[in-house]
Structures are given as structure tokens and as C-alpha cells.
Write a protein that binds this ligand. Structure first.
Ligand SMILES: CC(C)(COP(=O)(O)OP(=O)(O)OC[C@H]1O[C@@H](n2cnc3c(N)ncnc32)[C@H](O)[C@@H]1OP(=O)(O)O)[C@@H](O)C(=O)NCCC(=O)NCCS
Length: 226
């Protein structure tokens, strides 16, 4: 169970239509989320960890990666489920353009995106939504090239990349994909702001419910949950 049903629209049944995918509130993550990010990444194990990081990182290396994330330079997005569990994280890292390397852009900076979704929440459009959000943020930050580095065998990510219109270069089992983006416009700025506002309300609601549940568990006579 993904526990992501907060924004489901019940009208589809009445209209006799296929059930639509739930709306995914994508929230920008900050320092206060770092501990939950670490918990999320430690749950990405085995082959999935290889697919996410490009190599087999130990738990210690994962912790180092999470601790090194610079929230002032990069942007990190997350999706929380109903019980305030971080089910997905997307890391949008900005970097200076390297001469001779990033010759597909005239801009000073490029961005690279990495994403992970917990197994229990896959196939609901969350990975695609995080990617979509990263692309909008790039446009609004005057970055017109969004890179993704993944293994060619990563069928799901390849599918998402192709769906987004990314140019894909395969090389010795690895794939570098990049997406060229248009400039910001009022619609892209509004879209980012609205997504963040919706996600902020959702975040506050879930955090408060979680806090209330913890207080409830602390009442005399109640056994705390393990
Ligand atoms: C890749 C990943 C982020 C996708 O997350 P997700 O939330 O399940 O993705 P979505 O639900 O948005 O999209 C999955 C798409 O892949 C398609 N898909 C599923 N299995 C597939 C397969 N074997 N081959 C091709 N496409 C497949 C789905 O149909 C869906 O496409 P659609 O939206 O057009 O129907 C997730 O699987 C993951 O965390 N993997 C481990 C880490 C990783 O690989 N990260 C990417 C490298 S940075």
C-alpha cells in the first residue's frame, strides 16, 4: 500500500471511467528532512541502489552522500505518503558548465537529476512527477539542459526519459540522457509555485497528524508502537 490516496477523485466511478492516478504532492525538501532522507535511501537496496547511484554504495557511503547534500546549491524534492513516510526523493544537482563537455548549452550551468521511489509506491507516476518538477525548476532557474545518468538496462528510467523527450546516448552499458528545456514563462513559474503550495499544505497536514498520533501513543496506559 502506498498510502498516497489523499487527493483521489471519487467521481471516476460514478462516471464509469478508469481510476485516475492520484495527484502527487511534490515537496521541496530542506535541512529538517535530512534524517528522513537518509532513512529513505537506506531502504533503497541491492540492484535499486546500484541503479540510483551508478555503483554499489555501502550504508556508510549513502550516509555520507546524504550529509553532503547542499540545500543552498542543489534542490531536493520528496513525496510523503499518508503516514508521513518519505516514499520518493529526487535530487537536482546544479553544476558549472564544463568547457568541451557540456557543448549542448550556451548557459553557465547545467543540472543533473537522480531519483528513487520506494518499491511500495512505484508505478503510480511518482518518478515521472519528480522528473517533471525538476524540469520546471530548471526552466525557472535559467538552466536549459537537464542530464540524467543511468544504466542502459534500467528499462523503467529509460521509459520515463523517452516519454519526457530526452536525447539518450548509450555507451558501454551506461546511458547519458539529456533534455533541452525552453525558457521560463509565467505559466512555468505559476506551475512551480502552485505545486509547492499544494505540497506544503499536504506536508503540514501529514506532519501534524503524525505528531498527534505520537502524542496519543504517549498517553498513560497506551503502549507505544514499535
Ligand atoms: C525508476 C523509478 C524512479 C521509477 O519510479 P516510479 O514512480 O515507479 O515511476 P512512474 O510510476 O512515474 O513511471 C514508471 C513508468 O515505467 C513503466 N514501466 C514499468 N515497468 C517497466 C519496464 N519493465 N520496462 C519499461 N517500462 C516500464 C510504467 O508503465 C510507467 O510508465 P507510464 O507512466 O507511461 O505508464 C523507480 O523504479 C526507482 O526508484 N528505481 C530504482 C532507482 C533508479 O533506477 N533510479 C533512476 C536512476 S537515477
Amino acid at each position: 500500500m502506498s498510502g498516497l490516496n489523499l487527493f483521489r477523485n471519487p467521481l471516476h466511478k460514478w462516471l464509469g471511467r478508469a481510476e485516475p492516478r492520484p495527484t502527487v504532492p511534490v515537496k521541496e525538501l530542506r535541512e529538517r528532512d535530512r534524517r528522513r532522507m537518509l532513512r529513505h535511501f537506506l531502504q533503497i537496496e541491492g540492484r535499486d541502489r546500484l541503479l540510483r547511484f551508478g555503483s554499489h554504495l555501502s550504508d556508510e557511503q549513502v550516509a555520507k552522500y546524504v550529509n553532503a547534500i547542499d540545500f543552498h546549491r542543489d534542490m531536493v524534492f520528496g513525496v510523503y505518503n499518508r503516514v508521513f513516510r518519505l516514499v520518493a526523493v529526487g535530487h537536482l544537482a546544479f553544476a558549472e558548465k564544463q568547457p568541451h563537455k557540456n557543448d549542448v548549452t550556451e548557459k553557465d550551468r547545467v543540472a543533473e537529476f537522480g531519483v528513487s521511489v520506494l518499491k511500495s509506491a512505484r508505478g503510480l507516476g511518482i518518478g515521472s512527477k519528480l522528473f517533471e518538477r525538476a524540469a520546471i525548476v530548471c526552466r525557472n532557474h535559467d538552466v536549459d539542459t537537464l542530464y540524467m545518468h543511468c544504466l542502459s538496462s534500467n528499462q523503467i528510467m529509460m521509459h520515463i526519459a523517452k516519454k519526457a523527450g530526452m536525447e539518450i546516448h548509450r555507451d558501454y552499458g551506461e546511458a547519458d540522457a539529456y533534455l533541452k528545456l525552453g525558457p521560463a514563462n509565467p505559466a512555468s513559474v505559476l506551475q512551480e509555485a502552485m505545486q509547492e503550495q499544494l505540497a506544503t499544505i499536504d506536508y503540514a497536514l501529514k506532519a501534524n497528524v503524525r505528531r498527534a498520533a505520537k502524542l496519543w501513543d504517549m498517553l498513560p496506559g497506551r503502549k507505544p508502537k514499535q
